[in-house]
Design a protein around this ligand. Structure first.
Ligand SMILES: [Zn+2]
Length: 273
């Protein structure tokens, strides 16, 4: 499976506010993915020596507001045998929590792994059933694909954990219609501030260095990884060590406990849109 994201034009603005027109929104890796408080470059003055940060409970995409030095770690496309457990071990080593946007097909094929992710305290969201480019599908087919992915991940989790209504577009390819539909359906669309590009055929060191460089330039943000690549497994322990050394903290993203989340498959209702 190809990487999650597509090549981006670094400066094309995408606003969190959903567009009304049904056009493909490109350049989804945008500065606006998570709102930032006014900030200067994080320095070691932020460093507490503890990488684990606060828990941020969100009911909407707009609730994702990070402070200087805060990062959210996200892992797409899994779970995958041989890779995801090692990612979990690295996160455990530093006592930090990530958000895993699982493919329905992958969760269905590895339900015990999906359950392990949830049991170890991480947040589980969805990423369609089989990584379709939703911007290329008819509206209803795209909504069905999202709902099918959610249903499969929720079923794989069983009683091990609750599926968070968090969603990320494959290839970060969205349309205004789809984004608006999800937001109206009480889904939290997870955008990306820093794409590690861990799907590039590069060394783990190069991927880590680029990720840190982009994070330093931005100061905070949502980082995109994939728990299906060996290089991600290899780079994560050192990257976490470096985040700690540079004074960052890893925010645990969680769904705000409200009535909205009593539903196991949020997007099923969207079929009528
Ligand atoms: Zn993906």
């Amino acid at each position: 499976m190809a990487g999650c994201a597509k090549p981006i034009s670094q400066n094309s603005p995408t606003h969190a506010a959903a567009q009304i027109r049904d056009e493909v929104v490109t350049g989804s890796v945008a500065r606006s993915a998570s709102a930032r408080l006014e900030q200067s470059r994080p320095s070691r003055i932020f460093g507490s020596g503890h990488l684990a940060g606060r828990t941020l409970e969100v009911a909407s995409t707009a609730d994702i507001i990070l402070r200087p030095g805060e990062v959210i770690l996200t892992f797409d496309d899994g779970p995958r045998a041989g890779k995801t457990p090692k990612i979990l071990d690295a996160l455990d080593q530093y006592g930090v929590k990530g958000t895993f946007l699982m493919l329905g097909a992958a969760a269905k094929a590895n339900p015990e792994l999906a359950q392990e992710v949830a049991r170890r305290g991480h947040t589980v969201g969805s990423h369609t059933f089989d990584h379709a480019n939703l911007a290329n599908l008819p509206r209803q087919a795209a909504l069905d694909e999202i709902a099918r992915g959610e249903a499969a991940v929720a079923e794989a989790l069983g009683g091990a954990g609750r599926l968070a209504p968090f969603f990320r577009f494959p290839y970060l390819a969205q349309t205004g219609f789809l984004r608006t539909s999800l937001l109206h359906g009480d889904m939290v669309v997870l955008d990306v501030d820093i794409d590690s590009k861990d799907y590039y055929k590069e060394s783990a060191e190069m991927v880590a260095a680029r990720t840190l460089s982009r994070l330093d330039a931005r100061g905070s943000g949502i980082i995109l990884f994939h728990d299906i690549h060996q290089r991600t497994v290899e780079l994560l322990p050192d990257l976490l060590a470096e985040l700690q050394a540079r004074g960052y903290s890893v925010v645990r993203l969680a769904p705000k406990d409200s009535g909205v989340f009593g539903r196991s498959v949020i997007t099923a209702e969207l079929s009528d849109v």
